[in-house]
Write a protein that binds this ligand. Structure first.
Ligand code: LIP
Length: 274
């Protein structure tokens, strides 16, 4: 199926800006939170659900045949398999815990998969008014200015990002602690911003040189994957293999050199695929 990526970007920009107003108007208010059935600290708010609905319905109006993989639809039991058909991979509020706590790293993350890889990505932080976007082959932009990764080539020169995730098993905690300790011992510093999309956007604009996470989901990283690549960065699996959108693992870096240096030092966590 032919997809006009520029038309898709135009539509999703309009929808994301609308959704962003809703998120911004609510960030400092009290939220009604629910937890996802299988995890007592994986939060959902009514805003997550409302924004996902707004985005999906807006896209469906123009593209009735497109498919969707959305965080909240998934939580509600709609488990779509990723095919090569045009598929929108959506996180309405990436950084829900931040949102709940009024911490401003909150992003809408929207990726469009066509022909088996992500061709278009938008990450919008409506609180800080930072709008990141990329179309395959056309570069990455922040608020219409082109962005580039830092190009940092070794860990001793890097600012790294990790996430602590919402899994609470001893095995997972120990892996995260090990990897964080390795990075903190060798890098300039380690940050944990609470939003995967935000971390990837920071790699793309050269503020973070290395970001690793295992155990999150396709909707947290679809948009960031293409934005980092279009900014000149490297995106691989944290064990050194090719990146797979549905494998729930990512290593995004400012150069292939730094990725090569670090991946064999990580302890690995292989969650069930999306
Ligand atoms: C969050 C991710 C974060 C991860 C959390 C969670 P959400 O997404 O962005 O990187 O560590 O476990 O998945 O649930 O706020 O959309």
């Amino acid at each position: 199926e032919e997809v006009n990526l520029h038309e898709c970007l135009e539509l999703i920009t309009r929808l994301a800006r609308h959704a962003g107003k809703i998120i911004k108007s609510r960030i400092n208010k009290k939220k009604t939170i629910e937890t996802k059935a299988n995890n007592s600290i994986d939060f959902v708010t009514e805003t997550d659900q409302e924004v996902e609905k707004l985005l999906i319905e807006g896209i469906k109006q123009k593209y009735p045949h497109h498919k969707f993989i959305g965080e909240e639809s998934f939580a509600a039991g709609i488990k779509e398999k990723l095919t090569c058909a045009p598929t929108w991979v959506i996180d309405p509020v990436d950084g829900t815990t931040n949102f709940v706590h009024s911490y401003p790293n909150v992003c809408i993350s929207i990726g469009l998969v066509v022909g088996c890889d992500v061709k278009l990505g938008v990450i919008f932080n409506p609180i800080l008014d930072m709008f990141f976007r990329a179309i395959k082959g056309e570069g990455a932009f922040l608020n219409d200015e082109p962005i580039k990764v830092s190009g940092v080539k070794q860990l001793t020169d890097a600012l790294a990002a990790v996430e602590f995730g919402s899994v609470r098993t001893a095995e997972f905690r120990s892996i995260v602690n090990h990897n964080m300790n390795y990075l903190a011992t060798n890098a300039h510093g380690v940050r944990s911003a609470g939003s995967a999309a935000w971390n990837l956007a920071q790699v793309a604009r050269g503020a973070i040189d290395l970001y690793v996470e295992m155990g999150f989901h396709a909707w947290d990283m679809a948009a960031g994957d293409i934005i980092v690549r279009e900014a000149g960065g490297t995106v691989i699996d944290p064990a050194g293999n090719d990146f797979e959108l549905m494998n729930r693992r990512i290593l995004a870096t400012s150069s292939s050199e730094i990725a090569e240096e670090v991946y064999s030092k990580f302890q690995q966590y292989y969650p069930e695929h999306d």
